[in-house]
Design a protein around this ligand. Structure first.
Ligand SMILES: NC(=O)c1ccc[n+]([C@@H]2O[C@H](COP(=O)([O-])OP(=O)(O)OC[C@H]3O[C@@H](n4cnc5c(N)ncnc54)[C@H](OP(=O)(O)O)[C@@H]3O)[C@@H](O)[C@H]2O)c1
Length: 291
């Protein structure tokens, strides 16, 4: 039996492909024969990852793209480059993420964890939405975390005045859920599914920063995401949150419709899509209330 499905002809973008779950997931996607785009923030790590995966899988249809998610300018440039290079995105995995060592305010004026783990994936996804759906289906998968269950939402503190690294991390992963649900609702008729997933507690460099000492392999973590991306049973599933292989109910605050609506509005502002700051406003996404 073949270990990997044949995804040749499909285009897949994995963010944060230079380490941990994203790197292992990219390796798995490379085995499917898909056209793969590996994202990373560091040119040397990207080049090494590209070389390693090409050599190991024999897939030569792999490209790289570089952007530091702590810079909205770099995310905007990344999206522009992709829109020039790619006609259709079959799978987008928003995997890049950081667990902060300390409080850092980015050049855009946001607390770094919020920006890297939430605002930049939000911005990238909306900037690439024109490459998704239509005649061919697209799947968007966002990496959340079971840690979302331990925190409450506070979208009034984007500069991290009350910064606590564990809470800031979990909070960024909480916001991924209402974002996923809102995007899924907005695109329910556009041949786009949007889901989010906690991949398990996985031994990566990120977890080494967390106050836990256990964890399973990156292969296990990557398999949960690969399963969501390729298992036919998830083909029409949208707006859901998975813990590893199962759809489960996220926390009550993650399901709050009020949070979902206000988060959407404020995220458009944070990402520069409203108030005339951006040149790439995805107008189709904006309702009158957003503007
Ligand atoms: N590990 C777990 O137990 C666990 C549990 C729940 C959810 N998750 C989520 O799974 C995802 C992957 O985490 P992981 O455990 O595989 O972590 P990881 O090994 O640290 O990998 C994170 C990836 O994100 C990239 N990245 C970090 N900061 C970035 C930035 N400023 N701009 C662009 N890329 C950046 C990293 O690039 P470099 O290679 O340059 O560092 C790396 O490629 C994250 O979203 C995380 O929150 C992980």
């Amino acid at each position: 039996m073949k270990k990997y499905p044949d995804l040749s002809g499909k285009t897949i973008l994995v963010t944060g492909a230079t380490d941990g779950i994203g790197k292992e997931l990219s390796r798995m996607f490379a085995h499917t024969g898909a056209n793969l785009i590996l994202h990373g923030r560091n040119a040397e790590r990207l080049a090494n990852t590209l070389q390693e995966i090409k050599a190991e899988t024999d897939n030569q249809n792999i490209q790289t793209i570089k952007a530091d998610f702590a810079s909205l300018t770099q995310v905007r440039t990344m999206a522009e480059e992709l829109r020039q290079k790619v006609d259709h995105l079959d799978i987008l995995v928003n995997n890049a993420g950081v667990y902060p060592q300390a409080k850092v305010i980015t050049e855009d004026g946001f607390e770094q964890t919020l920006q890297v783990n939430y605002i930049s994936p939000f911005m990238l996804t909306l900037s690439l939405i024109s490459l998704c759906g239509g005649k061919k289906p697209s799947k968007i998968i966002n990496l959340s975390s079971i840690g979302h269950r331990f925190v409450w939402a506070n979208i009034d503190d984007p500069k991290g005045r009350f910064f606590w690294r564990w809470v800031s991390y979990c909070h960024s992963k909480l916001l991924i859920i209402p974002f996923t649900r809102e995007l899924a609702e907005r695109y329910c008729c556009s041949n786009i599914t949007v889901n989010c997933i906690h991949p398990g507690i996985i031994r990566t460099k990120l977890i080494r920063m967390l106050p836990v000492t256990w964890g399973v392999s990156t292969h296990h973590g990557a398999t949960t995401v690969f399963n969501l991306a390729t298992n036919p049973k998830f083909e029409d599933v949208t707006g859901e949150y998975l813990e590893e292989f199962k759809i489960v109910r996220p926390s009550p605050i993650a399901r709050s419709k009020r949070l979902q609506a206000s988060l959407w509005r404020i995220s458009l502002r944070w990402a520069g899509f409203t108030k005339g700051k951006a040149s790439i406003t995805p107008v189709s996404l904006l309702s009158r209330n957003d503007q």
